[in-house]
Design a protein around this ligand. Structure first.
Ligand code: FE2
Ligand code: FE2
Ligand code: FE2
Ligand code: FE2
Length: 326
């Protein structure tokens, strides 16, 4: 290794990973929760409010994707430094209205800026210029996020959320055990997102690793590269799933969970990744079929159709991974 790192240094970088995953989930769930907030806006303000909510919803999704890219860039660097990137996320803080979203955003971004100044300094001290460069780039993006959230901290939309949507017969379909079941899907998507992002970065590192035999160069290196590309594609699909499912939950006046379940697992090499991912997709398919059945029983057509779409894509993922398994 050209740069001499310590466990403490890698740990510092992993703190950055944990908070990048946290904010990515935080912002995508807030983006999804906009659906819920929109349904409560005061009728006379509908145009003004809708424009604001649309604008915030849009940048929250952009930020969420940016943050996951930050997490990925830092994970990749950790693997190149010979460390192991974490799959643990810090706890997201969602909030109940726009100003709370903004305040939680300001707080999260502020924490990032403090941590990244520390990392930039530490990287400079040991001559790890590449890491410093990565964090300087991320730093300026976090600063933009920080300013953006600051603009909305003064929003006075707390009153609106106190007006409950009247209970209808239709709403009785959506009991707490039903939300618990739907939230299992949310937890499983979050788990897949973290697992695939981490593996994608580890695989791209493995693809470059020095090989011992010419045969290994052809088969193993290519495999890691192909798997790495595949994971990237599938990761984006899982992000869409998370968005859709949580949007549905919020629309139905539920609350989405933000912890991954099962715990994401990375594995040692491309073959191990594939085995774990194959299993993850299989578990998702079993769970989603159960949800489809339950939605059908309750007559919740929209949820059923949404999961029918999603399960078809999970099946595709399952076979994608299956193709590479020995
Ligand atoms: Fe970030
Ligand atoms: Fe950020
Ligand atoms: Fe998915
Ligand atoms: Fe999937």
């Amino acid at each position: 290794m050209s740069v001499k790192t310590t466990a403490e240094y890698v740990n510092l970088l992993n703190q950055a990973v944990s908070r990048e995953i946290q904010v990515s989930i935080q912002y995508i769930l807030q983006h999804a929760k906009m659906e819920k907030l929109l349904r409560r806006i005061i009728p006379e303000n509908i145009l003004l409010d809708k424009t604001t909510y649309d604008a915030v919803g849009k940048f929250l999704k952009e930020f969420a994707i940016q943050e996951m890219k930050h997490a990925a860039a830092i994970m990749e660097r950790i693997y190149y430094l010979g460390g192991s990137a974490t799959t643990k996320a810090d706890k997201p803080k969602i909030g109940d209205n726009l100003s709370e979203f903004a305040k939680n955003g300001v707080k999260a971004e502020e924490e990032a800026l403090i941590l990244y100044r520390k990392i930039i300094e530490a990287a400079g001290k040991i001559g790890d210029w590449e890491t410093r460069e990565i964090f300087e780039k991320i730093y300026s993006e976090e600063e933009q996020h920080f300013f953006k959230f600051q603009e909305y901290t003064g929003m006075r939309d707390e009153v609106e959320t106190s007006e409950a949507v009247p209970m209808s017969e239709w709403r009785k379909i959506f009991t707490s055990d039903y939300f618990a079941l739907l939230n299992k899907a949310v937890a499983s998507e979050i788990s897949a997102i973290i697992q695939y992002t981490n593996q994608h970065e580890k695989a791209s590192y493995l693809a470059l690793r020095v090989k011992n035999t010419p045969l290994e160069v052809i088969t193993e290196s290519n495999k890691a590269k192909v798997v790495s590309e595949l994971l990237k594609k599938i990761f984006m699909a899982e992000m869409e799933h998370l968005e859709k499912i949580s949007e549905r939950i919020y629309l139905l006046e539920g609350e989405a969970v933000f912890t991954p379940d099962p715990l994401p697992q990375v594995g040692e090499d491309a073959d191990a990744f594939l085995k774990l991912d194959h299993e993850a997709e299989n578990n998702a398919i079993v769970l989603y079929r159960k949800i489809i059945e339950e939605a059908m029983k309750r007559g919740d057509t929209a949820t059923r159709r949404m999961f029918e779409d999603i399960v078809m894509q999970e099946e595709e993922h399952y076979w994608n991974f299956d193709d590479f398994l020995k």
